[in-house]
Design a protein around this ligand. Sequence first.
Ligand code: OAD
Length: 236
Amino acid sequence: MVLTGAGVSAESGVPTFRDAQTGLWSRFRPEQLATVGAFVADPDTVWAWYEWRRDLVEQVAPNAGHLALAELESLVPAMTLVTQNVDGLHRLAGSRKIIEFHGNLFDNHCLECACPAPGVPRPCPKPPRCHACGGLVRPGVVWFGEAIPALSLERAVQAADSCDLFMSIGTSMLVHPAAGLAARARSTGAALVEINPEPTELTRFADFAIQAPSGHVLPVLRQALAICRRRTGSNH
Ligand code: OAD
């Protein structure tokens, strides 16, 4: 099982959330923007912030780390990728068996009736209205105080409980329930590997902590695994 966070997209040019210099949260208070209350109070501002993030993501491409993870998926069919990222870069890189734990910047649904709202034009300066009920359309991401969609949570928990290797990549491991997946995996005996240039909450529990950027480490790991595979013919 692989859990990724904002750090995996940093080398594509997407700012992380908590980086002191460039993080999105260093310029905006999350409680002002990423809550239902904030959207209800000021839908135009919150929507504009998501449009800004969509603009940013549309100008970048998956990096070597995203691509290596997509290739790992074909080498290790049992692998589950859970991402906290809403930027869609894993999918663009070719990952298919992926759980977008916090949703996706480019999905939208109605605030009132939860009806999906496909086909919102880009750019779209103001939140559109739902075709079904006329309610405001909101970004399809999980906001602070909201629950993870049940199916995503169930699949991620199942993967954590049954994996033999848990890799945490580019996440500060501060936001739950995603961060708690590592403890679940560890309690059933999985080995923990962390790839992150900085120490995190997980580092002291990790069996291996590789303190380097994921765009450097993951291609090497993928290559090493491919070589082992060729030598042993094994799927493990
Ligand atoms: P953070 O911004 O909290 O953490 C990013 C992590 O990436 C940090 O630990 C960095 O050290 C690390 N990092 C930076 N560059 C890296 C690189 N090149 N390679 C590998 N690691 C690197 O982001 P997340 O942990 O993803 O939730 O944050 C979790 C959640 O908090 C987000 O999904 C978002 C936010 O609130 C919601 O919006 C619900």
